[in-house]
Design a protein around this ligand. Structure first.
Ligand code: VG1
Ligand code: CO
Length: 543
């Protein structure tokens, strides 16, 4: 085996976004492209000599090839140990757990999450640090700096490793462990939740459908829900990870998980439905006939977490991303615990979790998690719901109704305008922000603006400041709109418009979100002159 330094780079545009670097798969397959990003990551963290890494991905096209390359590069850079999921598979939360459990220096996750997979679709890579969480902004900034100046990468010419075979391997001095991707994670879940109670729920006839969307959670969900907890065989569907997610879009929301939604809204619906995304960190929760918005799910989990063993002593606090509805704030207030509002992206929760300031975190994009790992965790959220359902013995719909009666309802929806020309999206945002000083007191579609600002986050733990994290506009009467541009897309810009309307405990909670949000939606369209900027006012996706 020989080690070589290959002259290559720099490549343009290797700037990590909300969650790592995402590009078209063919871009990642260009000679040296992946290699230069990986070497830049190693350079940014002071090299990997003597270090240990967890490596795995969501099984999408190019997952295994990328892992072979990374293993040879890690070995050539002097790493001591690589822990890899069998078949190259590891969910994002499982990587986070393994980094913490095995005390490795970090990990690399191959995934573009909910983006479709395949040679003509998307690929991605993300570096997580020693606490198990996504690299914070200080680290992603140094990674980007390194990508601008890289001229060579190091790689060994060792043969490929048999990723499908559990066992111990070696490339030069570096040890490689191929491990079962599921067992450590399943053991963690068993520690957190009352498995006996959940088993009792299923043996009492409770039915569920979990749609793994042909992505990485399939093996985890089958092992835990069906084999360990006794959900009926066939409860988990689309359970075999495929390179292109069965040609689908592994994004667990009512649009992309339509088959599950249709079943849950039909007369033959099971009691409970759930779905997860490409890399297993997102979750969708649906009761029979009832979709639970991710913001409501976070609030319900916060209010009921004490019913599960791991959270029986209560929560230290709850954090939510800024565009997520304020529903969880109301729960935190009532419980007398901390609540925080952070920028979009899980990397901003790490410090709060490490400092013990919060126990639960969540995002409106179907991400929920706790201090058990440092990532959002799809299956964890499903199991916490099951634990709560097993204790409360009520339907999802009744739990939601009770919740709204106590705290009021935050009607909520996110509208995505995809593949907008980047310049048009930037102009819409810039012109809106330029108006902000004059906005308070003005009326749009019958709503009066109370405040308008660009969100800056001051991290209370390390004092760092992140500017330009989204534009937020509050209106009298409890309405709020947030606008930001996606940091995970690979084509043009995606404009995200987040709409919220609060209705107090005594108010009507039976409206559709669409009806309750019609005024705030109209106000945003008018205020941004949306049609003149992007040529349309209808979003591609509403969640
Ligand atoms: C989106 C979501 C954000 C989430 C991120 C990564 O980012 O809005 O809440 O943390 O995806 O999730 P953006 O910048 O496109 O809005 V995942 O499951 O795609 O890793
Ligand atoms: Co994801």
């Amino acid at each position: 085996m020989t080690l070589s330094s290959i002259q290559k780079g720099p490549f343009e545009g290797q700037k990590p976004g909300t969650s790592g670097l995402r590009k078209k798969t063919r871009v990642f397959m260009e000679p040296g492209y992946l290699e230069c990003f990986v070497q830049s990551t190693f350079n940014a963290i002071g090299g990997v000599a003597g270090k240990s890494l967890v490596i795995g991905g969501d099984g999408r096209f190019y997952n295994d090839k990328a892992i072979q390359i990374i293993l040879k590069m890690a070995a050539a850079n002097g790493a001591a140990l690589a822990i890899v999921g069998q078949g190259g598979l590891l969910s994002t939360p499982a990587v986070s757990h393994l980094i913490r459990k095995r005390k490795t220096d970090g990990g690399l996750i191959l995934s573009a999450s909910h983006n479709p997979g395949g040679i003509d679709e998307d690929f991605g890579i993300k570096y997580n640090v020693a606490n198990g969480g996504p690299a914070p902004e200080s680290v992603t900034a140094s990674m980007f700096d390194e990508t601008l100046k890289i001229t060579e990468y190091r790689i060994s010419d060792a043969p490929d490793i048999a990723l499908d075979q559990i066992g111990q391997y070696q490339i030069g001095e570096m040890r490689i462990e191929i491990i079962d991707p599921v067992s450590d994670y399943a053991a963690l879940m068993e520690d957190l939740f009352d498995f006996d109670k959940i088993k009792g729920l299923f043996s009492g006839g409770f039915t569920m459908r979990f749609d793994a969307m042909h992505a990485v959670t399939g093996p985890y969900a089958k092992a835990i829900l069906e084999d360990q907890l006794g959900a009926a065989a066939g409860s988990v569907i689309n359970a075999v990870p495929s390179e292109d997610f069965g040609g689908g879009h592994p994004d667990p929301n009512p649009v992309w998980a339509k088959v599950l939604m249709d079943e849950m809204m039909s007369p033959a619906a099971p009691d409970f439905g759930a779905a997860s995304d490409g890399d297993g960190d997102r979750n969708m929760i649906v009761g029979r006939g009832t979709y639970v918005t991710p913001s409501d799910s976070l609030a319900v989990l916060a209010a009921n977490a004490h019913l599960a063993p791991a959270y029986a002593a209560g929560l230290a606090g709850v954090a939510r991303s800024m565009p997520t509805s304020a529903a969880s704030d109301r729960v935190a207030e009532k419980l007398g615990i901390n609540s925080f509002e952070t920028p979009t992206g899980w990397k901003f929760f790490g410090n709060l979790l490490d400092a013990g300031k919060v126990t639960l975190c969540g995002e409106e994009s179907a991400g929920t998690g706790s201090d058990h790992v440092r990532e959002k965790d799809g299956l964890w959220a499903v199991l916490l719901w099951l634990n709560i359902l097993a204790v409360r013995q009520q339907s999802v719909a009744d739990i939601l109704k009770d919740h709204w009666a106590e705290y009021g309802r935050n009607y909520y929806s996110r509208h995505d305008y995809e593949a907008v020309p980047t310049e048009a999206a930037n102009a819409l945002m810039a012109q809106l922000e330029a108006k902000f000083d004059a906005l308070p007191g003005t009326v749009w579609s019958g709503l009066t603006v109370t405040t308008a600002d660009s969100f800056s986050y001051h991290d209370p733990v390390d004092g760092s400041v992140s500017h330009n994290q989204g534009l937020r506009i509050s209106f009298g009467g409890g309405a709020r709109a947030v606008l930001r541009l996606s940091g995970t897309g690979t084509e043009g810009a995606t404009l995200r418009v987040y709409l919220e309307q609060y209705a107090g405990p005594e108010a009507d909670h039976s409206l559709t979100a669409e009806a309750a949000l019609a005024s705030v939606r109209a106000a945003v369209i008018e205020m941004t002159a949306m049609h003149s900027h992007i040529g349309r006012t209808e979003p591609n996706v509403r969640t």
